[in-house]
Ligand binder design. Structure first.
Ligand SMILES: Nc1nc2c(ncn2[C@@H]2O[C@H](COP(=O)(O)OP(=O)(O)OP(=O)(O)O)[C@@H](O)[C@H]2O)c(=O)[nH]1
Ligand SMILES: [Mg+2]
Length: 699
């Protein structure tokens, strides 16, 4: 198989809302390029892209699939992404390695809700983008409205390249404003007849062509001068201007197609080949500190792993982009994250489920290899030692967390192993065991994502599992000062036990000075594993308690701290001053002081206005302005404190502090309040006292 140079490799990501037709378009592109001689459909479960059993069941994409076509000396690598935002992780890695994003719009609906989440990824990396208005054959198709909604959302960079003829069920033609031709299709699509522009469309075509020429000229001074001189531009000059415009995000060309009827996809591929930026024009990768990594063909090989798949019968398949040099099969590269060397024994070009072995992959190309031992998604591997690896992709933190258990206890170990495989494949899944809550926690992007995890565990790995709401990590503390004297005395038969401890407890706060009125002999400041502090003062005067008993008293106090007197949760932020007591020359020992210390502390704690604290998260909710009110109202019913509102692009960002107890299934309810047009991030902020009425509700 041919090794393509970086001018002839085009990496495209097919993006767009759920059911806009990405998978259908990918299938049509493979057909047009002659790679398959029959087109499958999503409904018949026989597309090259949606090959996974789960995708057959759902009749939609769940994973990004890598495919490729070879077309007029160009290799187009296609990343067919899923449209539902629970699968945003798949979009993030695809956009990262794409040179051009091909964004599908369903002509029935125009720009759909949820577009923003995907668009944020494209916009942040400033990836060249073209829009494709698909489904122009549909009876409810509306090209004009779709184009207008694109302009409303993405502004004046939206540049029509074509418009449809006989839109709707009779759709059979496209007027191309660059080629100035009428492409007329036979009922089964494919190669069109190239005709002159029909008379009745001439005026509209000329007007739109002139707009396109102007748009192409705007991106380059030289072109602008030519345009003023000649009043027009040649096709090649326009291509140059459009490519420059795409690279600066000043031009988003818009195409017209019916992927289902194979109308317009050939022309779209021609444009991707001839105009869209190739791997060499595309923005270089950056290192962790933001340095550019130039795409050099004659440099030593360097690859970036953007995706990992674990096939039950095959093992680990690592997908990578060659970011410089040429990679030959058998090469050994050093993983820059782990320092270990890895041999790329076999190199593959991937088309959905099938792998074709190749000898080399050139700069900018995408491929995969099997059985790397210590390499995961986001790793950089190179021939020599690099100063810095490629900057890793950032994946969103979980929006939904549940506790997960295996129905059969004997499956627990297997469940742990399988979950760690799933997190290697999908960085938007996070798993950790909370020793405090004694629960295995699984974080993911939403209910649908969760149902996918369940499906895989049950159907691929034969595990039966149950989900539960995670417990809340409450804390206890005190709000005032209290004193207690406790005498532990036991006289039964042989040796007795005797210890008397008098102590005072008070609340601890950051920067607190040593309390006055006590003779402080020794101070111990303990950073608690579960957050907060315990400060222990030995204030014994006159030898009432021997110094050797203090570790035992502290042990007794710590046992109570670990098992708070009010709810059994961890206690935090407490000062203990042990200032008096008594010993017995024979009966006093470590156990007696531990017991006396623990009891005295517990009683004092309960008399010092104890409070239950709950974890509070800091939330950033991104919403379109018109939905602000609804989202705010909902946040307020969740006991939130709104701390600010900012503007970020098209969004309002609401900042709030919300108790974790109120965030159960927030992702689902936010989605339903905003019809999917919002997103949020949430992270732990602090502990706050729970009000008395809420403590009652907890009970
Ligand atoms: N009429 C018509 N239907 C289409 C066209 N393209 C796709 N469809 C239909 O739209 C539905 C969704 O198509 P897919 O290709 O699965 O869409 P997708 O964008 O890959 O969807 P997700 O992977 O779920 O995000 C299927 O029923 C297709 O047959 C088109 O050009 N015209
Ligand atoms: Mg799909």
């Amino acid at each position: 198989m041919k090794v393509f140079d970086n001018k002839h490799i085009k990496n495209i990501a097919l993006l767009g809302s759920n059911k806009s037709g990405k998978t259908t378009l990918a299938e049509t592109m493979l057909f047009e390029a002659g790679l398959i001689n029959r087109r499958g459909t999503v409904e018949n479960h026989n597309t090259i892209s949606d090959y996974h059993a789960l995708e057959h069941e759902r009749e939609g994409s769940v994973y990004t699939t890598l495919l490729h076509t070879e077309w007029r000396n160009y290799k187009i690598n296609i990343l067919d992404t899923p449209g539902l935002d629970d699968f945003i992780g798949e979009v993030i890695s695809s956009v990262r390695v794409a040179d051009t994003c091909v964004y599908l719009i369903n002509a029935q609906h125009g720009v759909e809700v949820g577009t923003e989440l995907i668009w944020n990824q494209v916009d942040e990396l400033r990836k060249p983008t073209l829009f494709v208005i698909n489904q122009l054959d549909h009876p409810k198709s509306n090209f004009e409205q779709s184009l207008n909604s694109l302009k409303e959302h993405f502004g004046s960079a939206v540049t029509p390249m074509q418009f449809p003829v006989n839109e709707g069920v009779e759709f059979n033609g496209i007027i191309d404003l660059l080629k100035m031709k009428y492409y007329k299709f036979a009922p089964d699509g494919g190669k069109p007849e190239k005709l002159s522009i029909p008379d009745h469309l001439k005026e509209k075509t000329d007007r739109m062509h002139n707009e396109l020429v102007e748009k192409a000229a705007e991106n380059d001074e030289g072109l602008m001068e030519l345009y003023f001189e000649k009043g027009t531009l040649t096709e090649d000059e326009m291509r140059k201007g459009l490519r420059l415009g795409m690279m600066n995000h000043d031009v988003f060309p818009v195409f017209s197609i019916s992927a289902k009827n194979d109308m317009g996809s050939g022309r779209l591929m021609g444009f991707i080949d001839n105009v869209a930026p190739s791997a060499i024009d595309a923005m270089a990768e950056h290192t962790t500190s933001g340095e550019e990594i130039p795409l050099k063909e004659d440099a030593p090989a360097e690859v970036f792993v953007f995706k990992t798949r674990i096939e039950p019968n095959l093992g680990q398949l690592s997908f990578f982009k060659v970011v410089s040099g040429t990679l030959d099969a058998g090469t050994e590269l050093i993983n820059q994250q782990t320092g270990q060397s890895e041999r790329f024994n076999q190199l593959f070009i991937i088309d959905g489920h099938s792998r074709n072995e190749v000898k080399s992959l050139g700069t900018g190309d995408l491929g995969a290899t099997l059985k790397l031992k210590n390499t995961s998604t986001n790793d950089t591997l190179s021939a020599g030692n690099l100063e810095e690896p490629v900057a890793p992709m950032e994946f969103p933190s979980p929006r939904l967390t549940v506790a997960i258990t295996a129905t059969n206890r004997s499956d627990e170990e297997k469940l742990g192993e399988v979950l760690s495989r799933l997190t290697a494949e999908d960085p938007t899944i996070r798993v950790n065991y909370s020793s405090e809550l004694k629960q295995l926690l699984l974080g993911c992007q939403g209910e649908l994502h969760l149902s996918v995890v369940k499906w895989i565990l049950e159907n691929i790995y034969g595990l039966s599992i149950e989900f539960a709401t995670p417990k809340i990590s409450y804390r206890e503390t005190i709000q005032s000062t209290a004193e207690c004297l406790y005498r532990h005395k036991k006289q039964s038969g042989g040796a007795g036990q005797f210890a008397e401890v008098k102590l005072t407890v008070m609340p601890y706060y950051e920067g607190m000075a040593d309390p006055e009125g006590f003779t402080i002999r020794q101070k111990q400041e303990i950073d608690l594993d579960w957050g907060g502090k315990l400060i222990y003062y030995n204030c014994i005067v006159g030898g009432a308690i021997d110094a050797r008993f203090h570790p035992s008293i502290l042990k007794g106090v710590m046992e109570v701290m670990e098992n708070g007197p009010v709810t059994g949760s961890y206690a935090r932020d407490v000062v203990v001053l042990v200032h008096d007591g008594k010993m017995h020359p024979v009966d006093s020992n470590d156990i007696a002081f531990k017991l006396a210390g623990g009891h005295a502390f517990k009683e004092a704690f309960l008399n010092a206005r104890p409070a239950v604290l709950e974890p509070v998260n800091e939330l950033e909710v991104f919403v379109p302005e018109e939905l602000m009110g609804d989202v705010m109202t909902d946040l307020q019913t969740r006991r939130s404190i709104i701390t600010g509102v900012d503007v970020k692009g098209n969004y309002q960002v609401i900042r709030a502090k919300t108790p974790v107890a109120e965030l159960d299934k927030y992702t689902t309810s936010l989605r339903s309040i905003t019809q999917g047009r919002s997103s949020f991030v949430s992270k732990f902020s602090e502990y706050q006292p729970v009000s008395q009425e809420n403590i009652a509700a907890m009970a």
